[in-house]
Design a protein around this ligand. Structure first.
Ligand code: SAM
Length: 255
């Protein structure tokens, strides 16, 4: 990832002020506004044009290179996954609020995390934190089966409806504490966690297949690093990738 890429936080509500509270985002208020103006798709475009604009200017321009990931990002209409009140901002370059004080992730973060899983349509993927279902939709185009766990029943229900409208037929939903994973269907070739844990949740490491990859935000509330976990037959490795800010993973192996 380009070192200067601004990862906008997935914190609920007051997104702007949350950005400014993060100590390592040393950007002035005006720099942030300039950044958003430059990197959010022009609203006079159609949604389809905005989506293409997003792929070129928010993703490719910042180092997302996997053609399959870019193609999936082109095919998922983000406007379907944001609340009605936010629809005109669907191609804004940042996280947006959804119901229950949660967020839909920044498109760049969705593409970046997905790219790190190196999916080629054969995998069984576990996602923790269904949220709006936007990341789930992207995964559904790149993997054989997606198993997604959300702790808030209302969000899971809404995501099921949206993903049905989107036409994803390979997604399985579960309401519960995703810090425990979903052992019934494991092991998984890839695991993607969309909420932040104080440490890599060990039940998820156990449910990762040999040869599998997991990406998870790890660190204190409000400010974390994305961690890539890889499992071989001999060891489990962890690599810290880049700073992010996600809503907390609430549960037995979370907060
Ligand atoms: N990628 C999602 C999207 O594009 O909409 C964003 C997900 S949001 C940042 C994180 C989600 O994780 C929230 O919906 C939250 O309720 C959920 N979450 C938090 N703790 C959880 C847990 N223990 N198990 C399952 N979901 C959890």
């Amino acid at each position: 990832m380009s070192p200067s890429r601004v990862i906008l936080p997935d914190l609920a509500c007051a997104i702007d002020s949350d950005v400014k509270r993060i100590p390592d985002f040393k950007l002035s208020e005006s720099t942030m506004s300039d950044h958003w103006l430059r990197t959010s798709a022009p609203k006079e475009m159609s949604f389809e044009e905005q989506r293409e604009w997003m792929v070129r200017n928010q993703l490719e321009a910042w180092g997302i290179a996997d053609a399959r990931v870019l193609d999936a990002m082109r095919r998922v209409p983000r406007e379907l996954f944001v609340p009605d009140a936010e629809r005109s901002a669907a191609y804004y370059d940042g996280a947006l609020p959804i119901d229950e004080g949660q967020t839909i992730s920044q498109p760049f973060v969705v593409a970046y995390m997905t790219e790190k899983l190196r999916l080629d349509r054969h995998e069984r993927v576990l996602e923790i934190g269904t949220g709006s279902g936007y990341q789930t939709a992207v995964l559904s185009l790149l993997a054989a089966e997606v198993y997604t766990v959300e702790r808030i029943a209302r969000l899971s229900r809404q995501a099921q409806e949206t993903l049905a409208r989107f036409g994803a037929g390979n997604v399985h939903f579960h309401v519960g504490d995703g810090s425990l994973g979903w052992p019934k269907h494991g092991p998984y070739d890839a695991i993607l966690v969309t909420c932040a844990a104080p440490a890599v949740p060990q039940p998820l490491v156990r449910q990762l297949a040999v040869g599998g990859r997991m990406i998870v935000p790890v660190g204190p509330r409000g400010y974390q690093d994305l961690v890539l976990v890889c499992k071989t037959d001999r060891e489990v490795t962890q690599e810290r990738l880049s700073p992010v800010a996600f809503v907390p993973l609430i549960g037995e192996h979370g907060w």
